[in-house]
Write a protein that binds this ligand. Sequence first.
Ligand code: SF4
Length: 420
Amino acid sequence: MKSNRHGKGDWDPTDLERQWSTIDPVVARILEKPFLGAPISEAEGEQLFHTRGAECEALVHAADALRKQAVGDDVSFVITRNINFTNICYMGCRFCNFSKRMEDADAEWLSLDTLADRAEEAWLRGATEVCIQGGLHPKMSGDHYRDILIAIKARVPDLHIHAFSPFEIWFGARKNRCSVKDFLVDLKAHGLGSIPGTAAEILDVEVRQQLTQDKLSADEWMAIVRTAHEVGLRSSSTIMYGHVDHPRHWARHIDMLRRIQMDTGGFTEFVPLGFIHYDSPIYLSGGARPGPTYEEHVHMHAVGRLMLHGWIDHIQVSWVKMGPERAQEMLGYGVDDLGGTLMNESISRASGAPHGQEITPAEMVRIIRAAGRTPVRRNTLYDIIERYDDHEPAEYPPLVDRNERQQDRLGLAMGRREAG
Ligand code: SF4
C-alpha cells in the first residue's frame, strides 16, 4: 500500500512518544504509523477498535494530534438544507423507518415547485447547498432526478446541489435503462454538484444481506462512487455502525473507502453515522443492537482519523445522530467538521432520533468556540467562506412552520401524477 501524502515530519512527537512508552508496544507501533507516513492496515485498524484504558487514551490523543497536523484548529460547518423529496419507498431496508407505502397517511411526495420553493428559502437564509435525497418510489421515472435539478437551478442557479445517494443513482439508471456513467454525466450536465456517500451502511456482503437483503451490493456501491468521482462529481463517504456489525467490518469498510480515495481522490470527508435504532424494524424484531455505545462512537471517529490520515482530511461528526453535546465532545477525538445546519431533516427523526431539526450558524459557532476551536463556514467542497475569529454569523429569520410540519397535500397529488 502507498504511504500517505502527509508523509513524515511536521509534528512534535514528545508528548505522544512519552505516552506510547507506557502502553502495549504493539498498539504503540500502530499508533505511530500515520505519523511516519505509513498506512494502518485493516487488521491493525481492527486492533485499534478493541483498545481500552490507557491504549484507548493514546488512540484519541493520536487522533487529535493528527487532526491538528492535517487541518489545524479550525472546525467547519456548512449552511445547508436537507430536503427529502419523498418518503415513498419499497426497498424494505430493515434498518429504515423512513420509508412509507403510497397509501400510507403520512406518505409524502413534494412537487417540483415545492422543492424549488424550499431551495430558494434556504438560499435566502444563507445556504450555499441543498442536500436532496428521497425514497425509491416505484412509479417514479428516472428522469425525475434530472427534473429536480432543473427546477432548483431555474430558481436558484448558484446553489450547490448535493444530491442522490448511490442507491438512488442505481435506481435512476435502471429506470432509464442506461449506464450509471451516462446517468451521472446527464445529472452533472443539469446541475448536480456532488453526491452524498450514503447507502454505504457497511460494505460487507454478510452485513448488507441482513440490513438491505443486499439489494445494492457493496461492489455496486463502490462502482457507482468510483464512477461519480471519475465524471467529476465528488462525494462524502459514510459508515453506518452499531447494528449487526463488528469491529472487523468497520476496519474493512474504512480500508475500502481508503482504497477508493487512493485511486480517485473524490471523497470530501468521512462521516460516521451511528445507527438510530428507535422504531427500526430490525431492532424491533430483535435482530440488531440498539445503536453504538459512547465508546464505539469515540473509537469510530478516532480510528477513522488514523486510518484515513493523508487521504481524507476531514472527519465529520453527525450532530443529527448524536445530538449537539456529544458531537461537541467528538471534536476532541479527531473530528474537524460539524456538518450542516440542515434546517429540516426527517430521516433520522423518522427513526425516532430526538435530534435533526436545525442548528443555526450562531449555535454552530458557540458550540465550536466552547470546545476551544475556531469556527469557520465552508462550502460543500471544503473551501472556507467565512472565519468567525472576531465576529458573529449573520442572523436569518426562522423557517416558516408550513415547511416543517405540514403535509404537502398539493405536492403529493401532483407528485403522484408526475410519478405515474
Ligand atoms: S434506506 Fe432508503 S432505500 Fe432503504 S427502505 Fe429506507 S428509504 Fe428506501
